[in-house]
Design a protein around this ligand. Structure first.
Ligand code: SRM
Ligand code: SF4
Length: 547
């Protein structure tokens, strides 16, 4: 007897191209939510139903329904937008929602706290600015990310084009986004929506693609379903190593779930071959992925089910050519390079540190004024920061004046600049503990411990999430904290500095006091026992997990 498909599978196939009853749900003034099945469908259009968890108890005491609102996440392949688009984003965030702009770990932005009646006008305003949220969430390919490193800009443009092409190639064919959220009465012909990739069942689960440009692994390429590693020789793009089956989420107490780094299966040397391989990898996941248990439906489990070799064979039979042997590459950095950098083309880039991607009001005002000058583009990094790009020599002083006016360039510690945290409370329904609201405070308490051991200039990568889903990629951090309950975190150790080795559970369910005690003990041992040039992550791995 075949196993029962998960409920989401039925919602997708019966959804009439992801329309469901969304139009009716949006018109229903009796609730701030959409109908239950539409909660699933709205994700494919880049939106999530949420509620303010800080206010749950107060509302429940008054016997009020939850305070529903929506989060909208944009699709910005490669994370690059124009100054005009930034202005539009700024204005939309002021007009609708809570006014917050949150830069995500996948080079895009989220707006929180939108009320249901604000969804259509918000999407319509984005559409005017040529921005959309199609497939930013849901069981489809998500935002394609690319190394944003300014230094690599001579080739960044060429590689960035791939993000755009892959994103377009893998977009669902349904026009329901336009029909539901933008157009008035227009009904799209269903015959024009035939979708050979997603069919009517879409993928078993979300799907993620990243492109890294060595030496930088700022996108954590191996944590993606597909990781493409650009191979560049003599300033020429030769092609891409292709890695499959990365993914981070685990579930507390479910031993069948695990984090996995993507396995490199070969190399493609032309654009046509690369795009074909990427496309067919999705069809394999579509056909072989687990549609019964959503906890086990990411492609990492499909790769392990088929075996890496079996997966590669299946891919080669679908693409009709053999992959070439992988080419050598080396990652030597993962952090963003803060402050000014000049590219080979003579343009300037200013990387702004945005702690956990939460753009503070004074930063927002600064960025608006920069955008109004029309002298740069805006690049979101995979580390939740923002780069003002393509600035000419003549325009640099204008930005410097604005930096000074808004007192932007603060002297943050190396640890803080290498920290990342997911949203967690109060909006994330899955959060077990705080993350972006708490990590800044924890870093403040760890900084003196680092100074005590003269480690303040060490670029240790620290990351925190409010649950084991891993949105801030804590499993590839040197110091990883994964929320288990209010004020408690699993302490993960042994990840390397450049995102090529997963960390492991070091101590379970630690409180802040215990974390600080452990930090003191670990940094002391690191200072005394490390080899010359050894990073903290490598030291921790050797000391606690090797053998
Ligand atoms: Fe994530 C679900 C936030 C990157 C793994 N993630 C969520 C939701 C939508 C909660 C939900 O399902 O209702 C969170 C919304 C919080 C909020 O209030 O805004 C959320 N994820 C985020 C972001 C905003 C974190 C951030 O602070 O930057 C990131 C948005 C990226 C983007 O722009 O698309 C974000 N999420 C990630 C990453 C990191 C990455 O992709 O590089 C991961 C781990 C990598 C991976 O996919 O394996 C990640 N998010 C998850 C999962 C676990 C997926 C799984 O394999 O089981 C969930 C839960 C789920 O899908 O059921 C999740
Ligand atoms: Fe929410 Fe967990 Fe993702 Fe953090 S890691 S945003 S708590 S789902």
């Amino acid at each position: 007897m075949s196993e029962k498909l998960s409920a989401v599978e039925g919602i997708k196939t019966k959804s009439d191209g992801l329309r469901g009853t969304l139009k009716e749900s949006l018109k229903d003034n009796f609730t701030g939510n959409v109908r239950p099945d539409d909660e699933t469908l709205v994700k494919f259009h880049g939106m999530y139903v949420q509620d303010d968890r800080d206010r749950r108890a107060e509302r429940a005491a008054k016997k009020l329904d939850k305070l529903y609102s929506f989060m909208i996440r944009l699709r910005i392949p490669g994370g690059v937008i124009t100054a005009d688009q930034w202005i539009a984003l700024h204005n939309i965030s002021e007009e609708f929602g809570t006014g917050t702009l949150k830069i995500t770990t996948r080079q895009t932005v989220q707006l929180h706290g939108l009320l249901k009646h604000q969804l259509r006008p918000t999407i319509q305003s984005f559409n005017v600015a040529k921005l959309d949220s199609i497939a930013a969430c849901g069981d489809v390919n998500r935002n394609v990310i690319v190394s944003s490193h300014p230094q690599l800009s001579a080739l960044h443009q060429e590689v960035y084009q791939y993000a755009d092409k892959i994103s377009t190639l893998l977009l669902p064919k349904t026009q329901s986004y336009y029909e539901v959220f933008i157009d008035g009465e227009k009904i799209y012909e269903r015959s024009s929506e035939a979708d050979p990739l997603y069919e009517d069942r879409y993928l078993p689960r979300k799907f993620k693609i990243a492109i890294a440009i060595p030496p930088s692994n700022d996108v954590d390429v191996f944590t993606n379903d597909i990781g493409l590693i650009a191979i560049i020789e003599n300033n020429k793009l030769l092609g891409f190593n292709i890695a499959v089956g990365g993914g981070l989420a685990t579930t507390h107490g479910n031993p069948n779930t695990y984090s996995r780094l993507a396995s490199i299966i070969g190399f493609t040397d032309t654009e046509e071959k690369t795009l074909k391989a990427v496309y067919e990898i999705l069809t394999i996941q579509r056909d072989f992925g687990n549609r019964v248990d959503r906890k086990l439906s990411r492609m990492k489990y499909t790769v392990d089910k088929l075996t890496v070799e079996g997966f590669k064979k299946e891919l080669e039979s679908r693409i009709g050519f053999d992959l070439l042997p992988q080419k050598a590459f080396k990652f030597t950095e993962r952090s963003d390079r803060f402050g000014w950098e000049k590219s080979e083309t003579g343009k300037w880039y200013y990387t702004l540190f945005v702690e956990h991607g939460v753009v503070k009001p004074y930063q927002k005002q600064f960025l608006l004024e920069v955008a109004q000058e029309q002298i740069s583009n805006f690049i979101f990094s995979g580390n939740q920061n923002l780069i003002l790009g393509e600035v000419s020599e003549n325009d640099r002083p204008t930005i410097e004046t604005l930096l000074e006016k808004h007192a932007i360039a603060k002297d943050d510690s190396m640890l803080r600049k290498n920290s990342m945290a997911c949203v967690a409370l109060p909006t994330c329904p899955l959060a077990l503990a705080e993350a972006q609201r708490y990590l800044p405070e924890l870093v403040t308490k760890i900084e003196p411990v680092l100074e005590k051991y003269n480690l303040q200039n060490d670029e240790i990568v620290i990351r925190m999430t409010g649950c084991p889903n891993g949105c801030g990629r804590p499993y590839v951090a040197e110091l990883g904290f994964v929320g288990t309950g209010p004020g408690q975190y699993n302490f993960m150790l042994g990840g390397d500095r450049y995102g090529e080795r997963l960390n492991r559970l070091y101590k379970e369910k630690l409180t802040e006091k215990e974390i600080l005690q452990e930090a003191d003990y670990l940094f002391q041992r690191y200072t005394e026992q490390r080899y010359v040039g050894e990073t903290f992550g490598d030291f921790a791995f050797r000391t606690f997990f090797q053998n």
